[in-house]
Design a protein around this ligand. Structure first.
Ligand code: GDP
Ligand code: MG
Length: 164
């Protein structure tokens, strides 16, 4: 079976944009509205001849009227249970939020490899301090990316497949 890579993170950090960037198809739904992706989406990805399944976990518990609608911790837990490697996406423009800390707390308990993708880095120099802030989450493997323009995606995937 192919390894499973889960894309985890709070709403609006760019999970679906990253998913689309990696699989090269516009399969996931990207929207400004948090929780826009209603279903978990799987697709095959490949990097340097290594294949894997990528899971866009965004909004997988999202349902209007559901008390668990915004329970990002539950979303993260389910994704973490079933995957081999975790890409934890965070947003360099907003910095660390309470939801990021909640997700980090869950991921810390796991023995699975975690790569932090610090997204929305379009100006590497200007955003260096914004990037460094995320080291305080306690996961040493971090890559700065722009899912929107493709910057850093190769470096990110290098770190991901190093765990297969
Ligand atoms: P998700 O909720 O985590 O799946 O986030 P989306 O992929 O739907 O993206 C949320 C918003 O962030 C959208 O408006 C995207 O266009 C924007 N976005 C995603 N990636 C980037 C990026 O690399 N840079 C910038 N500036 N915006 C981004
Ligand atoms: Mg999404």
């Amino acid at each position: 079976a192919l390894p499973i890579v889960a894309v985890v993170g709070r709403p609006n950090v760019g999970k679906s944009t990253l998913f689309n960037r990696i699989v090269g198809q516009r399969l996931a739904i990207t929207e400004d509205r948090p929780g826009a992706t209603r279903d978990r989406l799987y697709s095959k990805g490949e990097w340097l001849n290594k294949e894997f399944f990528l899971v866009d976990t965004g909004g997988m518990t999202f349902d209007e009227g559901d008390v668990l609608a915004n329970d990002v911790t539950k979303q993260a837990q389910v994704a973490v249970d079933e995957c081999d490697v975790i890409i934890f996406v965070v947003d360099a423009r907003t910095g660390i939020t309470t939801e990021d800390l909640q997700i980090a707390q869950i991921l810390r308990r796991e023995k699975k490899p975690i790569v932090i993708a610090v997204n929305k880095i379009e100006d590497h120099k200007k955003q260096e301090l914004d990037f460094i802030e995320f080291y305080s989450l306690g996961f040493p493997v971090m890559v700065s990316i722009s899912a929107a323009n493709g910057f850093g995606i190769g470096d990110l995937l290098d770190e991901v497949i190093a765990n297969f």
